[in-house]
Write a protein that binds this ligand. Structure first.
Ligand SMILES: Cc1ncc(COP(=O)(O)O)c(C=O)c1O
Length: 432
């Protein structure tokens, strides 16, 4: 493809600044021209290795040929009707393919939307319709989206909530366990019990929503003992347990859904991101008796479950099975963690700690001193910038802004993953 030499990142950034609202942030001042699997090229023809995967959307890589082929076929047949007006088969087929994947031995149903926030928002609507209660318990550090309800559920003020209130009432935040920064699973559980005692009577609580592995919050894992205890509390009081799998779902953790690592069965699961390999699609799946609680017309949306996005998702499920991406997530995780553990012992690199995460949902902390856990958000920012200069896209996250998260496509080869890890090592050397 011949490149237009007059197009540059700087020129496009100037146009962006003039035309696009400031609130729509941008991590790196790069405009992407095209991408394939784990690599992308900017408008100036520079190649990057992508360890961010469109923020957990590209577990099957950029433009997977099977996803592209399925989308091309669907594009020529039908692109939109609005499912609530006139239905189409890919929506139903996708539900049929997803339902057996929901952990638990009960009848299940699904519905589809477009964004992760919509999925969470609808899971809460369904939970309220089912229980006829209104309160919801979420967790500090959690991220659930940017709509009014999901901002309220999100447990981080800046930049997600500051200046955007008021939020709907009845949302309470418990502590998410974070052993590294002083919150044990017992303390987290006690904070849930505290809410039920001091803020909302158990019989007023519709749902408890939790990410099995916090995404934006810092790739902190919800321990099994906490999840089991939460399930017990929910069962005891008729509260529904919602697993927000928007970031952790679809093979990222080495299982289809992150909560499967705990053996706990949620009532509802919110899904999005890697479900459709780059196309806007989300959904709620779970117990049929709960899913059927809303009256006809109460759920949906003009674009929810768009046929092109559903066709993409069906291809994603095929790719996940054919390329054994659950196993691949585990082998990628083992490979990356081994390298990071080695890097943690190197004195010539910036100090890192607490390499963690199931499967290929890997995070680690940038800390002020080797052997300590004092977060260093400035060094973390510097590292992402240095990595970009070397040709590697990595993302930070975390309540303290000091976690590097790796969301490399699960379709990436060992060769390109090693190349990316070597660039990360180099960036940690230059930034040390
Ligand atoms: C766990 C979780 N829930 C919900 C969302 C919101 O998804 P969206 O940005 O598609 O609305 C995100 C996005 O990062 C997420 O990580």
């Amino acid at each position: 493809m011949k490149r237009d030499a007059s197009v540059s990142n700087a020129a496009l950034m100037a146009r962006r600044r003039a035309a696009i609202a400031r609130g729509v942030g941008q991590v790196h001042e790069i405009f992407v021209d095209h991408a394939r699997d784990c690599e992308l090229w900017d408008v100036e023809g520079r190649r990057y290795i992508d360890f961010a995967g469109g923020i957990a959307v590209l577990n099957t890589g950029h433009c997977h040929p099977k996803v592209v082929a399925a989308v091309e076929v669907q594009l020529r047949r039908l692109t939109h009707t609005c499912f609530q007006l006139l239905a189409y088969e890919p929506y139903v087929e996708l539900a049929e393919r997803l339902l057996p994947l929901v952990p638990g031995d009960f009848a299940r149903k699904a519905m589809f939307l477009s964004t992760g926030a919509e999925a969470v928002e609808n899971a809460i609507k369904i939970a309220r319709a089912h229980t006829r209660r209104d309160a919801v318990i979420a967790f500090g550090g959690g991220f659930h989206g940017r709509t009014n309800m999901t901002m309220a559920l999100t447990g981080k003020v800046a930049p997600y909530k500051a200046g955007f209130g008021p939020f709907p009432p009845g949302i309470f935040h418990a502590q998410f366990p974070n052993a590294l920064h002083g919150i044990s699973a017992d303390q987290a559980l006690a904070s849930v019990e505290h809410i039920l005692k001091c803020d909302a009577a158990p019989e007023e609580v519709a749902a408890l929503i939790i990410e099995p592995v916090q995404g934006e919050g810092g790739f902190y894992v919800a321990p099994t003992e906490l999840m089991v205890a939460l399930r017990k509390i929910c069962d005891q009081h008729g509260i529904l347990l919602i697993s927000d799998e928007v970031q952790a779902g679809f093979a990222r953790t080495g299982k289809m859904f992150g909560i499967e690592h705990t053996g706990v069965e949620p009532d509802l699961i919110a899904i999005a991101k890697s479900l459709a390999g780059g196309f806007p699609l989300s959904g709620v799946i779970g117990k049929a008796a709960v899913m059927d609680s809303a009256e006809p017309g109460g759920l949906g949306g003009t674009y929810g479950g768009n046929p092109v996005a559903c066709a993409a998702a069906l291809a994603v499920l095929d790719v996940m099975a054919e390329e054994k991406l659950l196993d691949r997530a585990n082998s990628i995780g083992t490979r990356i963690k081994a390298k990071l553990e080695k890097m943690a012992r190197q004195n010539d690199l910036m100090p890192i700690a607490a390499v963690r995460g199931p499967g290929a949902m890997i995070g680690f902390e940038i800390v002020k001193e080797r052997g300590g856990f004092d977060p260093d958000p400035e060094a973390t920012k510097l590292l992402t910038t240095k990595a970009l200069e070397l040709g590697l896209i990595v993302l930070s996250c975390g309540v303290y802004g000091n976690v590097i998260r790796i969301l490399v496509p699960l379709t990436a080869s060992d060769k390109v993953i090693d190349e990316g890890m070597n660039l990360l090592e180099q960036a940690m050397k230059t930034a040390a």
